[in-house]
Ligand binder design. Structure first.
Ligand code: ZN
Length: 143
C-alpha cells in the first residue's frame, strides 16, 4: 500500500528534495495586477492558505500567480501546478485531478496530506468557476 507513504517519512529523497526545492523557491509566486480571476482557499486542518490569480485570454491561462503560506506540501504542490497550468486551456486546468498532483510529486501522498497537496488545485478550479460565472453574467448584461 503506497497510500501510507508520507514525504516526511519515506526514503525517496530525490522526490522529497524536489518538493522542498519548490517550497523554498516557488514558481509563479506573486500577484497579477489586472487579474481576471482570483480565489482564496483555506485548509483549516493544517493552516494552509493559498490565493491564486489568473489572467485568461481566449480560454487560455495566460498567466497564473499565487500567494500563500503553510506547509511544504501545500506550497510546493501549488508551485508545481502553476507551472503545469500556465499556457494551457481552462478546460485542461479544470481537469487536473489528485492523481496528477501525485504524479508531479513522484511519490504517493498520505490521506492526511491530500488536503494540503490539492489545496492549490481546488483554488484554481474555484477561480475558474467564478471567472466563467462572471463571463456569463456579463454576456447576459447582469451587473
Ligand atoms: Zn498542509
Amino acid at each position: 500500500m503506497s497510500e501510507n507513504l508520507d514525504p516526511g517519512y519515506t526514503g525517496e529523497g530525490m522526490y522529497r528534495e524536489n518538493i522542498i526545492d519548490h517550497y523554498k523557491n516557488p514558481h509563479n509566486k506573486g500577484s497579477i495586477e489586472d487579474a481576471d480571476a482570483q480565489f482564496t482557499e483555506n485548509n483549516a486542518t493544517c493552516g494552509d492558505v493559498i490565493t491564486v490569480q489568473l489572467k485568461v485570454k481566449d480560454g487560455i491561462v495566460k498567466d497564473i500567480k499565487f500567494q500563500g503560506r503553510g506547509c511544504a506540501i501545500s506550497q510546493a504542490a501549488m508551485s508545481m501546478l502553476t507551472g503545469e497550468i500556465k499556457g494551457k486551456s481552462l478546460e485542461k486546468a479544470k481537469s487536473v485531478k489528485r492523481g496528477d498532483i501525485v504524479g508531479m510529486f513522484g511519490i504517493e501522498i498520505g490521506p492526511v496530506r491530500t488536503k494540503c497537496a490539492t489545496l492549490g488545485m481546488v483554488a484554481v478550479k474555484n477561480a475558474i468557476k467564478e471567472f466563467e460565472l462572471k463571463k456569463v453574467s456579463v454576456k447576459e448584461g447582469v451587473k
